[in-house]
Design a binder for this molecule. Structure first.
Ligand code: GCW
Length: 705
């Protein structure tokens, strides 16, 4: 088998010829020609994709013909335009507008692969499914697939700034070239839309939630329109972040008070202006009164006032307001993990119909492991958006191989117990727990202008997996890894099995070498690169890692039971009981909920101190194992990507040891105990680790003041 050099730009959509010759012949025979119904721009992009996809995969000239009774055909047609003889064989009553059916239908000697839907976008999704089927070397015989997304809004959130830096971006600069827009349409914009459509993403917020009001000026809106025009045929709506003080900054008003009549009018006019040029504009995404962003509280108003103000402005155009719940205040001494719940839950049901509240997966901040956010399940009358972070701010940037769908799956499968056992977070997100009408999932993008889009070749799997889980939050992360590997690399089992294992274990590895046993937020401050458990001198208490681990001579961990912050009381009673009780609290969450003595006995019989060291060591060993597996994969991967991943794994190992050594040396100053014998000796002194400084670590918030 030979592999050409591959820089990864084509993602999971690389359409190189099917390597298995027998299979290639079978597929070619299945698609002697294609019947595609006429239609608008989405049909045009389907045509292009089929030409490129089938042309490449099957190495043939793709023939578009009318329905033909003498040829095996791929039929891609709206149900309405389907040749009558097929209509009786498919039933579209069970699929939604974005859904599709793929069915192989035999007629006489001929075999037809029929893709049908009620809307063109469903046909595009179905087309990508067919292409994936080929890429995965699956049979076309007897196919009968019915798919509809389980979540309505499946969005990427870009934290991209207008100067093209990306907050928490580790894959280069922003792909949005604001300088050359609207006139220059980079091919990347089109390929971005293709990639997203292929995994069902249907919305993108282009700009950072730490927002710049300039994006709402005519000069920039013209550029946004150009992108919206590119994305529209692919079913992707554009959203923008709205800076709450925009009426003052670009509107010349004296206030941004949400109850001020001029402010109300300003937002109404702004919305009308946007919808005039972008009629399908998705709406606004807002971070308010959080980490220095302006918001309604600056005027003594509430999040409710702010969200409803913007919601009313976009409501006439069917726009949405997605209001983020990531808030914690420097004036609030309450456990940070509790603050969002306290601010939002009391207003459940009072938000206007087109408001969605976007909640991070955990109550602190995208840590390697967090319990799910207590707001999930606690606001039965408000649409809640699940916010995942695809970019790896706290999981090793784009240098560590950490397969995030495993983390996403863990969160989605967590039980909130809000309506008894089995009330999973997935059921909150897809609306089934409370019969919600509007549902959404958002992922903070890891995309930049690096050749392969995401920096680490395996970080593409996080983007892919996010899309698949947004489409169906019940999907299995192993299946997603299997799909992604087959589409991105190859179908060889000697490759698939070990690499799948590597991916699936990578998430636990990062937890082990960074934040084992429920530790969290002990990252060096600001850039969040590497360990900084000793940091304790920042002005706001909750900006300091010492706030989160609370290590002292008596022990370590954050007591969130009744004797501590009682954050547990924000969860359902069953959850509180299970996690509050040391007998039943899963050890992965031990130090998240409990402050325990260093000699506390773990289930293994070892002390907490030993257990910590063993976990850190295990994390390092797991990376070593990943390296061994990857080295064996040389025969199956092109040299370019193999080498890239090898080098990155080398960095990962170095940094895993750094985490182990720095954290254990630091905690030892409190525990005063020897390292467990399973643990390798630290490579440097604590002073050395403390002295490391990274003023230019990537992804830090830029300043535009
Ligand atoms: O995780 C923190 C990040 C900030 C980010 C913030 C948020 C966009 O460190 O960079 O700001 O969360 O989600 O708003």
């Amino acid at each position: 088998m030979s592999f050409s050099m591959n820089n990864g730009y084509d993602l999971w959509l690389n359409y190189t010829i099917i390597s298995d010759e027998a299979l290639l012949k079978t597929y070619q025979n299945h698609f002697q020609s294609i019947y595609l119904n006429d239609g608008g721009e989405t049909i045009e992009v389907i045509k292009k994709e089929l030409k490129m996809g089938l042309g490449g995969l099957l190495d043939m000239e793709v023939q578009f013909k009318p329905y033909d009774v003498s040829e095996n055909q791929l039929i891609v047609s709206n149900y309405g335009n389907l040749p009558d003889s097929f209509k009786n064989s498919v039933d579209v009553s069970g699929i939604t507008g974005e859904g599709y059916i793929i069915k192989t239908i035999k007629k006489g000697k001929q075999s037809y692969t029929v893709v049908t839907a009620t809307e063109d976008i469903g046909l595009l999704y179905g087309t990508f499914h067919v292409l994936r089927t080929l890429k995965m070397h699956q049979s076309l015989d007897g196919l009968h697939i019915e798919e509809s997304p389980k979540v309505d809004l499946r969005m990427l959130n870009h934290w991209d700034n207008l100067d093209r830096t990306i907050e928490r971006g580790y894959a280069g600069f922003s792909i949005w070239n604001w300088q050359t827009l609207p006139d220059y349409i980079d091919q990347r914009y089109i390929d971005y839309a293709r990639a997203n459509a292929s995994i069902g993403i249907n919305g993108t917020a282009l700009t950072n939630v730490n927002a710049n009001a300039l994006i709402l000026t005519p000069q920039y809106l013209e550029k946004v329109k150009a992108l919206a025009d590119v994305f529209r045929p692919y079913g992707i709506k554009v959203y923008l972040t709205a800076r709450f003080s925009a009426p003052m900054e670009i509107g010349g008003l004296q206030t941004a008070d949400p109850l001020d009549s001029q402010v109300i009018q300003w937002w109404k006019d702004k919305a009308a202006e946007i919808y005039k040029s972008i009629p399908d504009f998705g709406g606004f995404l807002v971070k308010a009164n959080s980490e220095g962003q302006p918001g309604p509280q600056n005027y003594g108003r509430t999040h409710l006032d702010g969200a409803n103000l913007l919601a009313d402005a976009v409501a006439p155009f069917k726009g949405k307001v997605i209001w983020r719940a990531f808030v914690y205040s420097e004036h609030d001494a309450e456990d940070r993990a509790k603050q969002a719940y306290s601010e939002f839950v009391p207003d459940d049901g009072k938000y206007h119909d087109n408001v969605l509240i976007q909640v991070k997966n955990g109550p602190i901040d995208f840590q390697p492991r967090e319990p799910f956010h207590p707001m999930f399940g606690a606001m039965p009358n408000t649409p809640l958006v699940m916010e995942f972070q695809i970019t790896k701010e706290y999981l090793g940037f784009a240098t560590h191989l950490v397969y995030l769908p495993k983390l996403f799956e863990e969160v989605l499968q967590s039980d909130t117990y809000q309506k008894g056992e089995g009330s999973t977070v997935a059921k909150v997100v897809d609306g089934s727990l409370y019969n919600k009408k509007l549902t959404a999932m958002a992922g903070v993008s890891n995309i930049g202008n690096d050749a392969n889009w995401t920096g680490h070749p395996f970080a593409q799997a996080d983007w892919y997996g996010f899309g698949r889980l947004a489409w169906n939050p019940y999907m299995d992360s192993e299946q997603i890894a299997d799909e992604w590997l087959r589409c991105t690399f190859n179908n060889n089992n000697n490759f698939l099995e070990p690499v799948k294992k590597l991916m699936l274990e990578s998430r636990e590895a990062v937890v082990n070498y960074m934040n084992p046993l429920g530790l969290h937020h002990i990252f060096d401050t600001g850039h969040h690169y590497g360990p900084g458990p000793w940091v304790g001198n920042l002005s706001r208490p909750e900006w300091n890692p010492v706030y989160y681990h609370k290590a002292d001579e008596a022990g370590v961990g954050f007591d969130r039971t009744e004797t501590g912050s009682d954050a547990l009381s924000q969860y359902a009673p069953e959850f509180k009981e299970k996690f509050g009780n040391l007998e039943t609290c899963p050890e992965e969450y031990l130090l998240w909920f409990h402050h325990l003595p260093w000699d506390y006995k773990l289930k293994s019989g070892r002390t907490l101190w030993d257990g910590l060291g063993i976990k850190y060591q295990q994390g390092v060993d797991q990376v070593r194992e990943m390296i061994t597996i990857w080295e064996d994969m040389k025969p199956y991967v092109d040299e370019y990507r193999h080498n890239q991943v090898s080098m990155l794994l080398g960095i990962q190992l170095k940094e895993a040891k750094w985490w182990r050594d720095a954290c254990m040396l630091y905690f030892q100053t409190f525990s005063k105990m020897d390292f467990p014998e399973e643990m390798e000796s630290p490579e440097h002194t604590l002073e050395y680790y403390k002295s490391l400084k990274f003023p230019y670590a990537p992804g830090i918030r830029p300043r535009w003041d």
